[in-house]
Design a protein. Sequence first.
Length: 182
Amino acid sequence: MLRLPAAAALLGARDGSSLAARARGADRLLGLSLFAAAALLVVGWLVPIMTVRRFLFFEDRISVLQALEALLERQQYLLFFTMLIFSMLLPLVKIFLAWRLWRRHDVLAEKFDISLKRAEILGRWSMLDVFLMAIAVAAVNLSLIADVHLHWGLYALSGGVLLSLIATTRMSAIAARIRRAA
């Protein structure tokens, strides 16, 4: 196991009351998985998620940030804020909250369960962006004037959301085990 300060920061805290300090085996990697989830989200925002071809001549590669910019330019404020909140803000807030719970909070404290439930709820809402993108791809593919090709950015975005969901679910299981043992 790595003994570098950066590795210790990613893998877990040395505070005896935190989840990171009480995790055993592969569960000690949950801090690293939260970091990886955040990295995948950022990559998913920056790289193209799809290419849309219209009339065999016009081709647009679209990333999440480009889509947000286009919605803002076209004054589609409702869609802009919906996408901004569900694709960017909620997933980041959820990962940040999960990270704080992983490293700093006492597992046996009353507020821990409430905060962990909040992180799980945020995770469920952050899946909305993946669902909306799937609907958009299906709608474009059903039209006769355009064709959509997916890129690895969509998979990175989906992977980040799923990895953070898995991490918080596992954190809940560890916390329940610790509370039963206490």
